[in-house]
Design a protein around this ligand. Structure first.
Ligand code: PAF
Length: 284
């Protein structure tokens, strides 16, 4: 596996991969790789001949009171994992290479980025859209893969690709990969490492409560009452609070008062032992 830390080296390496018209896939990450990321890498291989993974802890998507400095950085261990997966190229720029002095552009996607995590984390999705737009332009992949765990992020990136008429990748070549879960249903996340053993045990209640709510909704239960009951179940299981519990249109993330013909998604953010966990599931 080749590692590029400058744009010049990256461009040469991607050009090398593109020989013989090979299709290139990009898996953007912030490192601290776990099985969820490796699933994206394996899925990328099914869509392309060569896989590029980026590792960049993007300061622009962290708020002033968020954990940028504490965010786990383990480049050597991540590199070994990617080597093991047969990844062709790692793009690991320094902050100064991504945002050189004078950088002044912001990509902001309105609507879909405003509620849910967008309301709790002002500026977060601008930071995500800006860096992903840059990563797309730097690598110009045929296909890019993102975890469905961050459903709102995926919706924001798809909206951006459509609105900006991106071609590398085209909006239709932005692939969402199903969330990888522990045996008790907890979604894999870099944040799970902050859970104490007790909080970790209790955290399995979150996906269980969501599944129960989905069964109720599909059986015709009222959406408002079902969400309230789900929140109460999550808090009763030991979560300190529920930031949001929402039934939304899967593409626009507009709130849904009831199930309708369009695909719907159940999305939750809840705090346990100082850690904020998010999860989402299709209501189907
Ligand atoms: O999901 C992530 O790890 C990040 O938000 C992403 C997409 C790599 C952008 O920094």
């Amino acid at each position: 596996m080749q590692t590029a830390t400058t744009l010049e080296v990256l461009r040469k390496a991607v050009a090398g991969l593109r020989q013989d018209r090979a299709r290139v896939a990009l898996v953007p990450t912030m490192g601290a790789l776990h099985e969820g990321h490796l699933t994206l890498v394996r899925e990328a291989r099914r869509h392309a001949d060569a896989v590029v993974v980026s590792i960049f802890v993007n300061p622009r998507q962290f708020g002033p009171n968020e954990d940028l400095d504490a965010y786990p950085r383990q480049l050597a261990a991540d590199t070994a994992l990617l080597e093991n997966e047969g990844v062709e190229l790692l793009w690991a720029p320094e902050v100064g290479a991504m945002y050189p002095a004078g950088f002044a552009t912001n990509v902001s996607v309105t609507g879909v980025s405003e509620r849910l995590c967008g309301a709790a984390r002002p500026g977060h999705f601008d930071g995500v859209a800006t860096v992903v737009c840059k990563l797309f332009n730097q690598v110009r992949p045929d296909v890019a893969l993102f975890g469905e765990k961050d459903w709102q992020q995926l919706a924001v990136i798809r909206r951006m690709a459509r609105d900006l008429d991106l071609t590398a990748p085209h909006a239709d070549a932005i692939v969402g990969v199903a969330t990888v879960r522990e045996a008790d249903g907890l979604a894999l996340s870099s944040r799970n490492r902050y859970l104490t053993p007790e909080a970790r045990t209790r955290a399995g209640a979150l996906p269980r409560a969501m599944r129960r709510a989905i069964v109720a909704l599909l059986a015709g239960a009222d959406a408002g009452g079902t969400l309230t009951a789900m929140e109460a179940e999550i808090v009763a299981a030991g979560f300190a609070s529920v930031d949001y519990a929402d039934l939304a249109d899967a593409a626009t993330l507009a709130p849904l008062p009831a199930l309708g013909p369009e695909p719907a998604r159940l999305l939750v953010a809840a705090r346990i032992g100082g850690t904020r966990l998010i999860d989402n599931m299709p209501v189907a």
